[in-house]
Write a protein that binds this ligand. Sequence first.
Ligand code: SAM
Length: 364
Amino acid sequence: MTRITKSQSIQHTENSSNLYGFTLKDSVDMGVTNSKLISPRLRDRPIAARQWQRYIEKKIGFVLPDEQFQWLLNAVERTAAENTLSLSQLWDAVQTDNQLNQQLLDTVLIPESRFFRHQPSIDFVTALAAQYCQQSRHSCVEDCLERPVGSRVDRNVDKNNQPFRIWSVGCSTGQEVWSLAMSLTASHIANYKILGSDVSQQALHRARTGQYDQRQQQLIPFAYQRFMQSVVLSEQKDRQTVSQRQVDMNSQEVPRLVLDSAVPNKNLATWQITPQLHEHVDFIWHNIFTKDPATLHLQHVILCQNMLIYFRQFDQRDILTRLAAQCELGGHIILAPGEALFWRPSNMRRVTHSKVNVWQKISA
Ligand SMILES: C[S@@+](CC[C@H](N)C(=O)[O-])C[C@H]1O[C@@H](n2cnc3c(N)ncnc32)[C@H](O)[C@@H]1O
């Protein structure tokens, strides 16, 4: 989604004339009601536009920035048209029809993400995971040495065997989750689980399939290209496939070069996350605006990047409090640089780091 400054987006008050603090008359002055921009059905019903904006915020806490005002109107219209409903029928129906409500959210939300979007955060989490696994192995060895000879180790109750748990909140189409999985696996960390959650079903579907276009694939550093395989080439049995080549994890080949020369239109190529990463990763639907927990497991790291900026400050604070409750003692919460700098929790300390906006839980 387009990143906007808070002053641009959340200037309104509860008493302001509409969600973004401008009236429909103002929006005419701003050129928003240019006939090319606003469809006749909504222009005739200005009150409806304001209602839809509030509706989205009430459901998911997400304050659509005024730059996306037109996008919202189009999304509402599209959802109504796809269901052969008038706008007022759609309004009535979404109040009780969860499926329709989800369809509207999926149309309104613009899930945007990138592989290795913020490398320092990924490196930070990888270092934490490596440290955790090393400590687990160390205490496991000590534990085994102290165990009476012949006693059995029950892996299900052995706390040393607990995976390193990471939760990516607002994971969008999954690139953050897969980037972390690539980084941890490349660092020979095997005992980890990453949970990605989002309120957009459409984004989650794309995240789960783990298929991306060439533009996305090219954002992945060379060292991790081995975790991508070409779907286009792997379906052509008469050629040596990229995926076959990539089974060899030590291969230093650059798959992109193979793809460029073998596929006529490289923009049509689809790349697939290799199966070995899937076992570590899970994606679930979850609305962070509600109090329902996404998972019963406490997490070693919670990443919530590039999402909070779309929420009001008091909602950001509530969300962060819930994330802190879901964090292991000694665990970390990572936000995007510059996000939620107002936050002063009593049970977390700000970790000094030049590139990562990170907090550590210091008390329950
Ligand atoms: C800009 S994307 C950020 C993606 C990813 N974290 C990154 O940094 O690349 C913001 C995501 O937040 C999700 N989102 C918005 N409101 C949400 C809510 N209430 N609960 C969960 N996810 C939400 C959107 O669907 C979208 O996918």
